[in-house]
Every structure is written in C-alpha cells, then in structure tokens.
Design a protein around this ligand. Structure first.
Ligand code: IDP
Ligand code: MG
Length: 149
C-alpha cells in the first residue's frame, strides 16, 4: 500500500470544498491515515515547495499558502500517488478534464484548491514535513476485503 499527502489549499478551504474533496478520496475507497486543519507558516511552505524555489511564482505561492488555513491529509491505497494525481487533474485547471477535482471546481492556476504529492519519494518527504509519526493512525477499515481482490 502506498501513502500520499493531500492538502486543501486556503482557497479550497475558504470556498467550503474540504468535504467535497474528502468525499472523493473516501468514495474511491482510499483510507484516511491522518488529517490536520492548520495555518502553516511561510517558512513551512517554503520547505514544502523547495523544489520550485527558482520559479518566479515561488514567493507568492508560499505567501498565499500561508495566508489562511489548509486542510492537510494523508491517504492510503494501492497506487494512490498516481491515482491521486489523476483525481486532482492538471496543475492548470484550464487543462484539467471534467470529472477531476480541478477540472470540476476551479479555474485559475494560482487558485487550484488542492495539493497532491507527485511521486512516492515526494509523498514520503511531505508526510514527514507535515505529520509526526504518532499522528499517522493505524487501523483496518472493514471495506478492505471488498475493495481489493
Ligand atoms: P502541482 O500542484 O500540480 O504539483 P506544481 O508544478 O508542483 O503543480 O506547482 C505547485 C503550485 O504552484 C501549483 O499547484 C500552483 O498553485 C502553483 N503554480 C504552478 N505553476 C504556476 C504558474 O505558472 N503560475 C502561478 N502559479 C503556479
Ligand atoms: Mg507539485
């Protein structure tokens, strides 16, 4: 089983989309491992987006991501890193297909409402940055036998 890091960004929180986004991951059959509602510091967001530090939008992005609360989550399931990214849609909502979260719920690349890890390696780093080991909850959902052959 893989784990991925997902966060509803400040625009998604303000627009009341946390429930809609959780619903999609739940209904797909993924298991919620951890969740945290918090306002992150700008320094924290700079660490989170370190790989983008040379991009012209980096400072504005980190400022925006720390401007209000985010809903940070860890989800688990088979191939969840790849499937989660497919559920998100493309970085630019204008390129995202209807049916995807960004394709259904937002318009602007700078207000694309959700973050999701893009590789297994980055997922591990991001989960470690946002959650302590003891915040990751271990349990067996009763649906497991009906989700996986
Ligand atoms: P991702 O969120 O789909 O993984 P990344 O390339 O990792 O996309 O970029 C991180 C975030 O930075 C995006 O979700 C988006 O909010 C913002 N971003 C990416 N490219 C641009 C841009 O060209 N202009 C403004 N913001 C951008
Ligand atoms: Mg990314």
């Amino acid at each position: 089983m893989e784990r991925t890091f997902v966060a509803v960004k400040p625009d998604g929180v303000q627009r009341g989309l946390c429930g809609e986004i959780m619903k999609r991951f739940e209904q797909r059959g993924f298991r919620l491992v951890a969740a945290k509602f918090q306002q992150a510091s700008e320094e924290h967001m700079q660490k989170h987006y370190l790989d983008l530090k040379d991009k012209p939008f980096y400072q504005g992005l980190c400022k925006y991501m720390s401007s209000g609360p985010v809903f940070a989550m860890v989800w688990e399931g088979r191939s969840i890193v790849k499937l989660g990214r497919m559920m998100l849609g493309e970085t630019n909502p204008a390129d995202s297909k209807p049916g995807s979260i960004r394709g259904d719920l937002c318009i602007d690349i700078g207000r694309n409402i959700i973050h999701g890890s893009d590789t297994l390696e980055n997922a591990k780093t991001e989960i470690g940055l946002w959650f302590k080991a003891e915040e990751l909850v271990d349990y067996k959902p009763c649906s497991q036998a009906f989700l996986y052959e």
